[in-house]
Design a protein. Structure first.
Length: 533
């Protein structure tokens, strides 16, 4: 902390000196009068940054830091106000700064520096809970299928289902429970999907994003994970370090596919973001990194599943001609590549599930819609909600609709393959939306930019529940991304952890299920021991 304060303080001080020297060199009287105004500006900017970051990174910062940031912002604002009033009075009346005024400015400056250093003391690393065995009643539980569809949104599902183009999702809307889920800001993809899978926000699970920056001046292995916003810090504060993408993630909370095996329910996972290293307590696991061109050894489990999974890989040239026709004539490479990537995951997932039909919970992530939404969602929105008749917009809308239809067909096939009591959850941690005014303005000169979608806003995600115990036609209101894991645990008849940031969406369940399964809680799932091999 002190090394960072010294380094960046020296840099900003040098910049301030360079800006002021042309106006104050050899003019001591002007320098003395400019100093209080400079202190006022520095305190006001620091207050603005502290208050902004307390809001912007509210879900990402450790406990206590947010409160300290807000208190620091309030004090800095008060200090800026005091300095402004003092400087204004002396400037209007052309008075010299006497001993009392100088002392006041010095005290305000020193106290401001102290409060900025002292706020670090709010951080106290959480102590891991002592291991304890799980005390959960045994019983027959439904099989759980969780399918994540990146950037899926009801803004597309509802109109397309109403037009008869998504028959299976229309069934889920009619006979299951559904609702928008409030995402978190900033909508960093890895943090969002791990929040959904753990029921805890990033300040607890520790995944803040995929890119980190080295900070050797703070220590040999020091890293910067959350960069200040609004001051172009990435351009100057990282000293030219481009950063690097994480290969494995040091999650501090258990995901649902890690919790369930410790409760006696076998699980498998395919393609989830930020899931490396793979948990060896699962029946099978393939992280999102496995599906890149250079997968790491920690990206698959068990060891032999990687070689079998590669056999299912497709290239766009190998796509079934019937699928190509459904995507429309002249489908661009981004659509074909997205579809082949999703088909690869779907094929592996179906194969692994068939290999072990007794797996109690399976998790699948399909990321292909993300690229399609980024390229064409603006055109879809223009046709569906604004009645844009232009051929370009209609073609873009058809690309999005055709891709949703492919996903709908897979979900229907997956559900038909199952037997016995089961629950399906179709989820998205954040949705897509049309490009905002600023994005349209910046990209207005680029061809086709008006047809693109935006993924940078905190657009609501989706949750659809279908199957055993789910109340038909239930509309879920006020749901948050952290509520998904507690709700799924309850759907399987398990207690809810008290240290979870989410809550059970009880409105999703029918009265009979609620009567048979009273809501119970336990302190934490983090202390559960790993299952024995």
């Amino acid at each position: 902390m002190l090394s960072g304060l010294g380094l960046y303080g020296s840099l900003l001080g040098l910049l301030s000196l360079l800006l002021h020297l042309p106006w104050t060199a050899r003019r001591p009287r002007r320098a003395r009068r400019a100093l209080p105004w400079g202190i006022t500006a520095a305190l006001a900017v620091a207050a603005l940054l502290d208050g902004t970051h307390a809001s912007y990174f509210a879900y990402f910062l450790p406990p206590g830091i947010n409160d300290r940031l807000i208190r620091t912002a309030l004090w800095l604002s008060l200090g800026a106000l005091i300095c402004f009033y003092t400087a204004l009075l002396h400037t209007l009346h052309r008075r010299r700064y006497g001993r009392r005024s100088q002392t006041l400015l010095a005290v305000v400056s020193l106290l401001s520096i102290y409060t900025m250093i002292e706020r670090r003391e709010a951080f106290r690393p959480r102590q891991p809970p002592a291991p304890r065995p799980a005390v959960v009643e045994a019983g027959l539980r439904p099989q759980l299928w969780v399918v994540g569809i990146d950037t899926a949104t009801f803004d597309a599902i509802l109109p397309l289902a109403g037009q008869g183009r998504l028959p299976f999702l229309a069934t889920l809307l009619k006979d299951g429970a559904y609702g928008r889920i409030e995402t978190i800001s900033p909508p960093r993809r890895e943090a969002l999907w791990i929040t959904l899978a753990t029921g805890k926000y990033p300040d607890k699970h520790g995944v803040t994003g995929a890119r980190v920056y080295r900070a050797p001046w703070a220590g040999p292995d020091a890293q910067l994970r959350l960069l200040p916003v609004g001051i172009s810090f990435r351009n100057w504060g990282t000293f030219g370090d481009p950063g690097y993408r994480l290969v494995t993630y040091s999650r501090e909370s258990l995901t649902l596919w890690e919790i369930l095996p410790r409760l006696g329910v076998s699980s498998g996972m395919v393609g989830w973001p930020a899931s490396a290293p793979v948990p060896e307590e699962t029946v099978f696991a393939l992280t999102e990194r496995f599906f890149t061109d250079a997968p790491e050894p920690q990206s698959s489990w068990p060891p032999d599943v990687a070689s079998r999974a590669r056999l299912f890989r497709l290239s766009p040239q190998e796509l079934d001609p019937a699928l190509r026709r459904q995507l429309g004539a002249g489908a661009p490479p981004v659509v074909l590549e997205s579809l082949t990537g999703d088909l690869w995951r779907q094929s592996i997932f179906s194969f692994l599930v068939e290999q072990d039909r007794e797996t109690g919970a399976v998790f699948l992530m399909l990321p292909g819609l993300r690229a399609v939404s980024r390229r064409f969602f603006g055109g879809f929105d223009a046709v569906q909600f604004q009645g844009d008749p232009t051929p370009e917009a209609r073609e873009a809308a058809e690309r999005v609709a055709a891709y949703y239809a492919q996903l709908d067909a897979f979900l229907a096939e997956l559900w038909a393959r199952g037997e016995g009591p089961r629950v399906m959850a179709v989820v998205s941690a954040a949705g897509a939306e049309p490009r905002g005014f600023r994005e349209r303005l910046l990209g207005g000169m680029e061809a086709g930019s008006a047809l693109e979608g935006s993924l940078s806003g905190a657009s609501d995600g989706i949750l659809l529940l279908y199957g055993e115990g789910i109340r038909p036609g239930a509309l879920l209101t006020g749901a948050r991304v952290a509520d998904v894991t507690p709700t799924l645990l309850y759907a399987l008849g398990f207690p809810v952890a008290r240290d979870s940031d989410g809550q059970v969406l009880t409105s999703a369940f029918d009265k009979g299920f609620l009567a048979r399964h009273p809501l119970t809680v336990l302190p934490s799932y983090e202390a559960l021991p790993k299952p024995r091999s």
